[in-house]
Design a protein around this ligand. Structure first.
Ligand code: ADP
Length: 214
């Protein structure tokens, strides 16, 4: 049997979670009069060795074998909103040249094309633009509106959708990213975020570390 020696602070955290769980990292930090950031390594360690369980938006549980919360359950609890990032958007009149510059400046692979009020119109990927750049077109004159994939052919996700469903859309449609949208009263989609294969990779790493956000 392997015996793991906890340090004094880790012992205190386990006591707090035993008595108060489920409890957020923020509240544990308050009780110890420490910052959330300074507790992060201890919480990560305690979840990795399986003494505590972290559940998104609920907090930490003491794991006594009965309340075990499986990786599968954790996974289906994750929402797009936990992992989406800021969208990079341009107007359909933007030239392909400027679109390519935007890819580099923002370090992204996919750009969303919007019209007034952030309404989603199209998606333009790095290969859409690369194709034009190696052809004969004048990419300074050519607007992205001509080459983008347009509504209603866009695959989208929603902040409240499960991350797993969004990941399945990426695989099924063989694309790298999804606009995260909110549906307006008039049925139009307003862009509120971006979900990419990198977002899914981040979630995968967090799950493996037993370290999902609280
Ligand atoms: P790349 O073309 O750089 O490999 P993708 O695999 O994401 O990037 O894109 C493949 C094609 O699918 C491109 O023509 C792109 O315009 C289109 N596309 C990308 N994202 C979406 C989406 N969310 N919905 C519909 N089409 C998309």
């Amino acid at each position: 049997m392997i015996i793991i020696q906890l340090n004094e602070r880790q012992e205190k955290i386990v006591e707090i979670v035993k008595n108060n769980g489920p409890i957020t990292g923020e509240h544990i930090a308050d009780k110890l009069q420490l910052t959330r950031a300074s507790l992060r390594p201890d919480l990560a360690f305690l979840t990795q060795i399986g003494l505590l369980e972290a559940r998104p938006r609920v907090g930490y549980y003491y794991k006594d074998g009965r309340n075990s919360y499986s990786v599968y359950e954790k996974m289906i609890d994750l929402k797009v909103r936990d992992y989406m990032s800021a969208p990079i958007v341009i107007d359909e009149k933007t030239s392909v040249y400027d679109g390519i510059v935007s890819l580099f400046v923002n370090d992204v692979g996919t750009i969303f094309v919007i019209k007034e009020q952030g309404i989603l119109e199209g998606v333009v990927s790095r290969k859409d633009m690369l194709k034009m750049a190696i052809g004969k077109a004048d990419i300074n004159q050519l607007p992205v509106g001509v080459i983008m994939t347009r509504m209603p052919n866009l695959i989208v996700t929603f902040a409240e959708e499960s991350l797993w469903t969004a990941a399945r859309k990426l695989i099924t449609h063989q694309i790298d990213g999804l606009p995260v949208v909110s549906e307006r009263m008039d049925g139009k989609y307003e862009v509120v975020g971006r979900l990419t294969k990198s977002s899914i990779t981040r979630a995968f790493v967090d799950l493996g570390a037993g370290n999902i956000i609280d």
